[in-house]
Write a protein that binds this ligand. Sequence first.
Ligand SMILES: [Zn+2]
Length: 405
Amino acid sequence: MSTSLLYHAFGIRGYEYTRTDYQGGHTIFTIHQDPKTCRCSACGSPQVESRGQVERRFRALSIGTRATFVVLPIPRVECKACGVVRQVTVPFADPRRSYTRSFERYVLELSRRMTISDVARHLGVGWDMIKEIQKRYLARRFAKPKLKHLRHIAIDEISVAKGHRYLTVVLDLESGAVVFVGDGKGADALKPFWKRLRSSRAKIEAVAMDMSAAYRQAVETHLSEAKIVFDRFHVMKLFNEKLSNLRRALYQEATDVLQKKVLKGTRWLLLKAAENLDEKHDEKKRLKEALALNQSLATAYYLKEDLRQFWEQAGKTFGTLFLDGWLKRAASSGIKMLQQMAKTLAAHRSGLLAYYDVMITSGPLEGTNNKIKTMKRQAYGFRDKEFFKLKILAIHETRYELIGS
Ligand SMILES: [Zn+2]
């Protein structure tokens, strides 16, 4: 093998070819370094004396279907300047890695089209090695996103591992990028984020989030200047949950067979936005019938549809009038669920109205959440939590997209 082939085929330059062995279906090239070219790996000084060598084996690109390895006795040298004995640098592989950089690049190339298992099988290496290569690649690019430019962010929790474990995700609402993934939910999960944010000197103007106290306090403490906007999707989600509970309670209370039947079939219709009701399937008619049978359900439903209009008002003055009107109607409805909802919204009034100062929602996070759900289905789960978190940080960058496991 010529030195130029070593370079052009395997990305290995500056070594001399020793011999080729064929063992167990593998091709093994042994190479060596000319002692004259040895340098201290710390200071670069050529004033070094040989102190033996350490033989190492690196996985390289395959030749055809045969796995290929490069064996290199790495010289150990004593530096006259530093006075320390060290191995010389190996430029074709990262420190402590058992594969060459060109092998790594090839793995990443394949990873855009094949699953980790497929790449591992194709190259005859372990799943963990492929995952490790992907992980280091993602870490280089995404482990520390730049936060300096952040202005509008959304904070939310996502459930992983069937709701037993949580991650906290921070999204840059202007670029759509995930800029932080923290362990768990609530204030503690955000601690590393505040630390990094402080050193970035970013000026956050507004934060979209749900109405739970967990993140609110943390944001008020760490971003006292930022406006908190309670997100419309979360508000409507909360309302829909309560509406579902009301329907269920009414169903359980109902003694009339017809009423029970009608209530049973309306669960999803109640939660749908009125304009999305499907005429073809008589959804409007069915919902109307159900509501006609039950006054409190009808009131709750119409107030839900009404509340959605809060975010469609022509500015803060109209928004304020609308919200206060809504709160009054809900409070005087005589329906416990609506009264509770009114109480919650009243307690978060300024954060709801803040929407008219900074029109942000954590809607974009929903899209990110859906992508994360897909990743979970691809069995990333929590096998390697740090890897999973890196995948989330990289989620918006389709050009860096790697196929799942
Ligand atoms: Zn040195």
